[in-house]
Design a protein around this ligand. Structure first.
Ligand code: ADP
Length: 598
């Protein structure tokens, strides 16, 4: 994202917090004004002392004035910190909410193409880096610029030529900082990319821990992490170097400039053209200006780093979701509807066509099973039915209405989906069962549990439905997770279930029982199941055979077996693999064997 775009985005967020931001700005001006006042009072005081016109009362008044300035400044600083904290907190919260909101509206393809650790890094780390580096810096910068500005004003009143000389120094410093900040921004971006790299390594370790342990890859994993860690360190060091050198350069310029001016004013004092009081005010202004000048240099460097981080985070907002809700959605008619694919073709991004000219329908109450070789496009068909992707050609319709024209909330009330990879929330089994319909009656939960053959499993658990499943359901076996996912889908009361290898981790017997339960309890609910296990086809009302993305056969299993076609070939291949392996357990196409344990 270009700098201009980042700034535009950030200004839009700033507009949302303009009230606390403006108040904090006013407080800042007051703080800066008080700093200038410290310099201002020196001249009358010194001149009065030197002139011998000061009484003890004046001295007390002066002390009270100094104490007043310091205490007011302390109070204003406190006020400023509080208000600025509110402003920056709201600012960052609004950015994160938008980033998360945008991510939650993205389609499946978006997440397939992007590492999750990188997305997490942008929403969490980049925004945090922006907050740390930039939000505070903007406020400091405003305060310091205001302070320098006020001190210049004081000088302007005292001696306009002095003020102009200081302004010249400010201009030189400004141009140096401008050039430096670009360099620091680009290093800042690299630092944030490395942070994302660290996150990615960490998520690979956690996600792939079984593989890493099982293949003894711990050392490789550590080496890879260390490599990124080292690159991060190196880049961070260049950022520190660039910042430090920028600050040093500014200090040198300011130091040389001010000592030049000191020489000129010192001579003016000696020549008697300015009073000792003016000289005192001038000295105080120089000293008071030094700290803000230093801060300005480091704030500009921080701001540049923050801008780089913000740019990375805000890039997430540039990607419009591919799957959008229709502008004027059409309502789904009540009751049970026919689902229909009409000449649907699809491919992923620039890849080869996965599904071509596919047409079939699923009628209410039907169990339709789609089989085919691995990679033939079965899961893709399930995803198209769920509108996780839109077809490139053709249309998916429910009750005659194209699903692109149905509000997604309505669509997912009608369709429920269970995939091979089951995701469970960290919480109880009951919580996970009820996610689709929290208000389901206990009796309905019990019925869903029965259909998904979870009763025996739950009976063995001391805490039953209240058992915690752990993050992503790690405390359960793959088969248990799948059964929970099936029960969860049934509970939603969707009128059609789309099952994508939803029983792949179950043994054959359990799979058959669950399917039979589903069929017995379906009433008018349609079931579309994608599977590579032919045994499921036996109980289907209709079997669709997919080959390289095209529908090659359709009918009941018995009819298809009798033909010498693709289904018969799949069946022979399955039997041959059984004979070859002579080990039914775990056979993916298993006929009759014990299969995998649940
Ligand atoms: P099946 O379910 O029959 O095994 P899939 O529908 O999963 O087949 O995959 C069909 C083809 O599409 C395969 O060649 C696979 O490599 C490809 N494919 C699947 N998902 C993606 C994806 N997200 N991006 C790119 N290609 C994909």
């Amino acid at each position: 994202m270009r700098r201009g775009q980042v700034v535009r985005h950030l200004l839009a967020y700033l507009a949302k917090v303009w009230v606390p931001f403006s108040i904090s700005f006013v407080v800042l001006l007051l703080v800066a004004g008080l700093t200038a006042a410290k310099a201002w009072i020196i001249q009358p005081v010194v001149d009065a002392f030197i002139g011998g016109r000061t009484t003890q009362g004046d001295l007390l008044l002066l002390c009270a004035l100094v104490a007043g300035i310091f205490i007011s400044q302390a109070g204003l600083n406190w006020l400023y910190s509080m208000i600025a904290g509110v402003a920056s907190g709201r600012f960052v919260r609004a950015i994160r909410a938008d980033l998360f909101g945008r991510l939650s509206r993205q389609g499946l393809g978006y997440f397939v193409d992007r590492p999750s650790a990188d997305l997490a890094s942008r929403v969490v780390n980049d925004v945090a880096a922006f907050e740390n580096a930039a939000v505070g810096s903007v406020q400091n910068l405003m305060r310091d610029l205001a302070t320098v500005g006020m001190l210049l004003l004081v000088l302007l009143f005292k001696e306009w030529r002095l003020a102009l000389s200081c302004l010249a120094i400010v201009a030189v410093v400004g141009s140096v900082l401008r050039r430096r900040s670009r360099q620091i921004e680009s290093i800042g971006r690299r630092v944030q990319e490395m942070v994302s790299g660290l996150n990615r390594q960490l998520s690979e370790l956690i996600g792939g821990i079984e593989l890493i342990l099982g293949f003894g890859l711990g050392r490789d994993s550590r080496d890879r992490f260390e490599e990124v860690n080292l690159r991060h360190y190196g880049t961070k060091l260049s950022a520190v170097r660039a910042t430090a050198s920028s600050v040093t350069l500014v200090l040198v310029i300011v130091g040389l400039g001010l000592s030049g001016i000191l020489f000129v004013t010192g001579r003016a004092l000696l020549a008697g053209t300015i009073s000792p009081g003016d000289f005192g005010t001038f000295l105080a202004a120089i000293y008071l200006m030094q700290a803000p000048a230093l801060n300005i240099a480091s704030s500009v460097a921080n701001l540049s780093r923050g801008m780089a981080a913000a740019g990375r985070a805000l890039e997430l907002l540039q990607h419009e979701p591919e799957i959008l809700d229709p502008e004027s959605p059409r309502p789904l008619p009540a009751g049970d509807l026919e689902i229909e694919l009409d000449e649907v073709s699809f491919r992923y991004e620039e890849k080869a066509t996965v599904v071509e000219g596919l047409s079939f329908e699923i009628r209410p109450g039907e169990l339709v099973v789609m089989v085919g070789d691995s990679g033939s496009g079965k899961s893709t068909v399930a995803r198209l039915l769920m509108r996780f992707y839109d077809p490139l050609e053709g249309e998916v319709r429910i009750g005659g209405i194209p699903i692109r024209e149905i509000a997604r909330a309505d669509l997912y009330r009608y369709l429920s989906y269970v995939s091979q990879e089951v995701f469970l929330f960290d919480g109880s089994i009951e919580f996970n069962l009820r996610v689709g319909r929290p208000a389901a009656a206990d009796g309905e939960v019990a019925e869903a549990v029965r259909i998904a053959c979870l009763e025996d499993f739950l009976a063995e658990l001391p805490e039953g439905l209240a058992t915690d499943v752990g993050e992503r359901g790690v405390r359960l076996s793959g088969g248990q997770r799948q059964r929970i996912a099936i029960a969860r889908a049934i509970l939603t009361e969707a009128r059609a279930l789309v099952l994508d290898e939803a029983t792949s981790a179950l043994d054959m017997e359990l799979e058959q029982r669950i399917l039979q339960n589903l069929v017995d309890s379906r009433r008018s609910r349609a079931i579309f199941a994608v599977t590579h296990r032919l045994s499921l086809a036996e109980i289907a009302d209709r079997v669709l055979v997919l080959k390289e993305g095209r529908l090659v056969e359709e009918g009941r299993a018995a009819e298809l077996s009798a033909r010498d076609g693709e289904f018969a070939r799949l069946r022979r291949a399955a039997q041959a693999s059984l004979v070859r392996d002579a080990a039914p357990a775990g056979s993916p196409l298993g006929f009759g064997g014990a299969g995998r344990t649940p």
